[in-house]
Design a protein around this ligand. Structure first.
Ligand SMILES: *Cc1c(COP(=O)(O)O)cnc(C)c1O
Length: 373
């Protein structure tokens, strides 16, 4: 048979991402492509910047979207700010903290690790203790919302501690942006990266980032060039800002940026606080339904991410069989456990457009039937 057009099934995405994309965002994607230096497109990019400033709650001029997924946003923050002379204190309480350490080590800098328990928030006291013993530290890096475990860390307090010890901060907000409170300026975050496909209801492939003035200064005054040409922000900014005369760096993913623009506009129309409240309300509904099914949470209540619910797989239940049943019978995707939690936990996402009443009800009904079998 000749190859035919790919028509994907209509799934409900309640895993760790990508999450359900809003139909409004999907239709924005299908609008006609324009040149990436077209004046109308440049106007739209300026709007993306200001919508991102709202989403991040920042006045940072250095706010834009990297043309690649969240992992590239992570790498952009590290390779632009860190040089081999730096000592970076990295908090690790899941998979993504471990990736931060990889980034630091590949740059040739020193990573000092604050190890935490999987499924728990980063312990501020442990960070404080490590910083006291590491006076040469220049940066602190941590994950705000650990998608591998479902734990939310207290970014405000961690940034305060870092500042007290004269360190700049790099914060992973891939899963937090739009889903839980995040205040880049109030909390004094110096570099932050996010993802389009988690709580923004957008397609995968873009990574919003923002750098404080202090971080931008470091990037401008680097003596050694950033080893990644593509992610070198001093070059990328010539395209995203350029004050009237933009220079070609790479071809922007034009249609994907229409999608991000639409999703950020939806977030602004809903209001950030309302979006956080919606994620929390849906989480509470899901949590009480799961508990009624005898399914318990991995993360203590005060440290739970509303948008990513990590739960123990009940005794005697076949992990893969249940997830297959949900997918085949309900077109419903939930996430498997990752790392230490592989095989013993599920990760149920309520991110962005997926954080809706009908999704919670579908998930509970489907799980109930799956467990009954
Ligand atoms: C999903 C995720 C990433 C990576 O994003 P990609 O878009 O998959 O590259 C990084 N950090 C966290 C916390 C994430 O949840």
């Amino acid at each position: 048979m000749p190859i035919q057009s790919f028509i994907p099934p209509q799934r409900t995405l309640m895993g760790p991402g990508p999450s359900d994309v809003s139909p409004r965002v999907l239709s924005a994607l299908a609008r006609p492509t324009v040149g990436h230096l077209d004046p109308t497109f440049i106007g739209m990019m300026d709007e993306v910047k200001s919508l991102l400033q709202y989403a991040f709650q920042t006045k940072n001029t250095y706010t834009m979207a990297i043309s690649a997924p969240g992992s590239a946003g992570m790498e952009a923050c590290f390779v632009n700010l860190i040089t081999p002379n730096d000592t970076v204190v990295v908090c690790r309480n899941g998979v993504f903290g471990a990736r931060m350490i990889e980034n630091v080590q590949r740059i040739g800098a020193k990573a000092v690790v604050v190890d935490g328990t999987w499924g728990r928030a980063v312990d501020p006291q442990a960070l404080e203790d490590t910083l006291k013993q590491t006076p040469q530290a220049t940066f602190v890096a941590f994950v705000h919302a650990e998608t591998s475990t479902g734990a939310l860390s207290d970014a405000k307090t961690l940034c305060e501690i870092a500042r007290k010890h004269n360190c700049l901060t790099i914060v992973d907000a891939v899963t937090s942006l739009g889903g839980v409170e995040l205040k880049v300026d109030d909390w004094g975050i110096d570099a932050v990266y996010a993802g389009s496909q988690k709580c923004l209801s957008c397609v995968p492939g873009l990574s919003p980032v923002s750098f404080s003035d202090r971080a931008a200064e470091i990037i401008k005054n680097r003596e050694i060039p950033v080893q990644s040409w593509f992610l070198d922000q001093s070059l990328v900014m010539g395209y995203w800002s350029g004050e009237g005369k933009r220079s070609y760096h790479h071809t922007a993913p034009v249609n994907s940026l229409y999608a991000l623009h639409e999703s950020l506009l939806m977030l602004q129309n809903e209001g950030l606080e309302n979006s956080w409240a919606r994620h929390k309300a849906q989480h509470e509904k899901l949590a009480s339904g799961l508990e009624a099914l005898g399914i318990s949470f991995v993360v203590p209540e005060s440290e739970r991410l509303p948008q990513l619910n990590t739960v123990h797989i009940p005794e005697g239940v076949d992990d893969a069989k249940v997830r297959q049943f949900l997918l085949n019978e309900y077109n419903l995707e939930i996430g498997a456990g990752l790392g230490q939690f592989a095989g013993n936990a599920w990760r149920i996402g309520l991110m962005g457009y997926a954080a809706r009443n009908e999704n919670v009800l579908l998930c509970l009904a489907a799980l109930k039937e799956a467990l009954a079998r």
